[in-house]
Structures are given as C-alpha cells and as structure tokens.
Ligand binder design. Structure first.
Ligand SMILES: [Zn+2]
Length: 470
C-alpha cells in the first residue's frame, strides 16, 4: 500500500513527457485525436444547466414512460388558426410556436379547435417525431440566441415541471459524462415549479427528495460521477430579488447537495444587470454563511463592466466571461486566480457571441494565467459532449497536453464541492491522468477504445461523423 502511494506521488510529481500527444496532433488523424480526448480522464463540468443538457431522444422516451405515473403529454403539430388575431407571441406560451409540449390537464382545457392542433407525444408519426426532436436543437445556420432563449424552453415547457423526468435526466447525464471520463458534475437546477400528474403544484421538498433518491440508487453511484448542484434564478424578472432570497436560503439549508446560487437569462436584457442584486446579496450574507456564487457574466456582444460588477457581488466563478477581454483592469485582477472563468466554446459559437473561434478570448485567458475550465452549458441543445469541447479547444487553439491537464484539474480545483470530497476527487484525478499518460507513452493508440459514436455538432462542424452518429 505504502509503495503504491509512493509511486503515485512520484508520478504526480513528474508528469510523463507529452511527446506522444504532440505526435498525435502533428501526425495523427482527427479521429486519433478524438479517441484520445474521449478516453482521457477529464475532471468535472462546472457550467451545466440540467434542463438544457438532455439529448432530445432522452426527453422523448422519458416523457412517454411517465404515463405510468399519470403524466401524459401533448405537443402542437399544426396551426388551425383557432386564435384569429391578438395572440401573445412574446409571452411564455406563444400561440404560433410548433412543438410546444403541454400536460393532459392543459390539453383538456383547450377548445375543440385548439385540441385539433395538438397530438399526444406517443401518437406522433415519424416526421412529426423527428420535427419534435429537432425543435430543441440549435442545428440550423439561421438559428441563434433568439431561437434558443425564445423557443426552446417554451417548447419543453411542461416536461420541465416533472420531477421524475428531472431526476432521470440527471442520471442519464451522470452516465454519459462518466463514460467520457468525468468524475464530477456541478449542475444548475430549479427547485420550484414542479407539478403532480393532475397539474397541481408539488412542494419543492418533495421534488428535491425525488432527485436525492435517484442519486443514491446503485446505477447512479456506479457512474463514478459525484454530483453537486447550484440553483439558478432568472435575473431579469420583476421578482428576481425575492427569488434570490428563496434560493439562497434553500442552498444554505440543504448544503449537502446544493452548493451555490447562479443567475441566468440573457444579459442583453438589461433589467438583470449585476449591481441590481448587490444590496440583496449583502443582506443575505448578513444572515447565512457558506453559500457560494457562480454567476453568468460577460455573455454579451458589447463591452461593459458586468464581470467586474459580478466579482463585487461575491462570485467566485464567472460563467462565460466573454467580454472580460475588453476590461483591462479586471483582466489584470484575474490573472493567477483566485476566480475562474467557465468557458463554453460550443455554446458561444452557436449562440453567435463569436462568429469564428479566432474571436474567442479563451486562449488569451488560458495563456495569461486566468484560471479557466471547459464546460458544456446546454449541450443537449448543441447536440454535443464534453469530449467535443476539448476537441474544439485543441483543434482551434493548439492546446498542449499540459494545458489540457490544467483545464481538467481546474474543473475540480474550483468546484464548490465540500473540501474533503474535493481533495479526494483531485487525488483520484491525478492518479488516473498519470496512469493514462503512462499508457499513452507506452502503447500509443493501440490500447484505446475504438472511435465512440459522435453527435451532430462535431459531425456538422468538424466532419467527425460515425456511422452510428445521431
Ligand atoms: Zn449557462
């Protein structure tokens, strides 16, 4: 035991030479590189919205399975012009939105004309099903943030109110991330707004207990992925301060599972500007210890002070931080820590915050010593994986093996999980990555698993398409 510990310590102290990685980058194929990035241990995903991280086929299957609990779903497959004029296309239930999914209780309340516009999810024909599955993907060149912010959530709608679907998607994400070599997931969830099969409200505590119970089952434990959660609030709503008070207290009172509060919602809606929440957070800090903040900031096209202001709010991590590059003083402040920027390369491209990776500030942050980690954001809607994020980073920015290792380690080092658990995760990561490096040095690609099935983003954008790709 002592000897193996000593060997492990030596391995960590002296990382294996990474000539093998340079050789694969220079002489290998894109498939070779992808296999390496898929097989390597990767640390954690620190910026992940559970509701946006689900592949649409998961949601479809889970929605049908929920019939056993009495949840039955209908979706809009045609427009019969039942509402002549005056529909609210700017609200949460736009009339002309195809593939908006509702519960049976809402369906039953519709008039006969509107009922004809909907079909039960299980009755969709092949074309309608494929339309439903694609309706929550950002897969067309003309789609961007308006499609994402304005239609994806209104389409999923009632599926997001089912606590069992939330719990089951958490498990599926753990399984998928575990298979990619991740050991930690810090996902953003909601703890309010859940309903019973008849549409009546379900108390938060009951919905959270469903999540907890799912996490403790053997198959979830077997994924090897440790999970902690953040609760997010929509920052631009009129009652956002009250919601912030509720979730802050909730995280404090449930600190075994919930570790942080986040603020989400498009930043170009200026009603959610960071300093709006300064007094509320100062008041909350007078009352509750131990609640961390990771907050979306700088995910905009214009230069502004959002990252700096968000640090003043007390955030230890910044989501996206794209326009930090325009704020020289804050750039200086952030060099060599202690704050981390959660980088979401695929998200930023598909939501058109960068039109090309040459515009992305990630390499400047990484190579001036600003702590960064790669994360997946709403990967279900990009139809992508964590391996894809690394593939984009290596391909676009020529990452060294040392940098890949740093990114993965940062994703654990800057996690909000309890310190003892974090140390254990870091120890295990160091051992796994050292073992992986030795294996690569000794055997090269020979002992790596074959090319895994790829998903649509990496197939469309990098021509890495496998026959069994979705
Ligand atoms: Zn996000």
């Amino acid at each position: 035991m002592r000897t193996s510990l000593l060997i492990a310590a030596l391995l960590i102290a002296q990382p294996a030479s990474a000539d093998w990685f340079d050789d694969i980058k220079q002489n290998g194929s894109a498939t070779d590189l992808y296999r390496v990035l898929h097989a390597m241990p990767k640390g954690g995903d620190l910026h992940n919205h559970l509701s946006g991280s689900n592949f649409s086929e998961w949601l479809y299957d889970l929605a049908l399975e929920e019939k056993k609990r009495g949840y039955v779903y209908f979706t809009k497959v045609r427009i019969e012009n039942c509402v002549a004029y005056g529909s609210d296309e700017y609200g949460s239930a736009p009339y002309y939105l195809m593939f908006r999914t509702i519960m049976a209780s809402e369906y039953e309340a519709l008039n006969d004309c509107e009922k004809r516009e909907y079909k039960s999810l299980e009755d969709l024909n092949a074309t309608e099903k494929s339309g439903w599955l694609d309706s929550i993907h950002l897969d067309k060149p003309y789609e961007g943030r308006d499609e994402f912010f304005g239609t994806h959530w209104p389409r999923m709608n009632a599926l997001g109110w089912n606590p069992w679907i939330q719990a089951e998607t958490l498990y599926l994400n753990m399984q998928a991330f575990g298979a990619e070599g991740l050991s930690y997931l810090e996902t953003q969830v909601s703890v309010a707004g859940f309903v019973n099969p008849d549409g009546t409200p379900m108390p938060s505590e009951q919905a959270v207990n469903i999540l907890r119970e799912r996490l403790q089952r053997d198959d979830a434990v077997a994924t090897g992925v440790t999970v902690r959660m953040q609760i997010s609030i929509l920052r631009f709503l009129p009652g956002a301060e009250d919601h912030l008070r509720f979730v802050y207290r909730y995280v404090h009172d449930h600190s075994d599972l919930f570790v942080a509060v986040n603020m989400v919602g498009r930043e170009d809606n200026d009603k959610g500007y960071p300093l709006r929440f300064l007094e509320t957070l100062r008041d909350l800090r007078r009352q509750y210890p131990g609640v961390k903040l990771s907050i979306h900031a700088g995910e905009v096209d214009e230069p502004n002070d959002h990252v700096r202001d968000t640090l003043l709010l007390g955030a230890d991590r910044i989501g996206h931080g794209l326009n930090l590059i325009t704020d020289d003083d804050t750039m200086r402040l952030m060099r060599h820590g202690p704050y981390l920027v959660e980088i979401n390369l695929i998200s930023n491209l598909l939501l058109k915050y960068v039109s090309d990776y040459a515009e992305h500030p990630f390499p400047e942050y990484l190579r001036t010593g600003i702590p960064v980690a790669l994360s997946t954001d709403d990967r279900g809607m990009w139809d992508s994986t964590m391996t894809d994020e690394f593939f984009v980073a290596v391909t676009e920015f020529n990452l060294s093996w040392e940098e890949i290792r740093t990114l993965s380690r940062n994703s654990l080092q800057y996690a909000f999980v309890q310190p003892g658990v974090k140390q254990q995760l870091l120890r295990e990561f160091d051992e796994r990555i050292s073992k992986f490096e030795l294996g690569m040095q000794k055997y090269g690609l020979a002992r790596l698993p074959p090319m895994p099935p790829t998903r649509r983003f990496i197939c469309t954008h990098y021509e890495l398409c496998t026959p069994n790709a979705r």
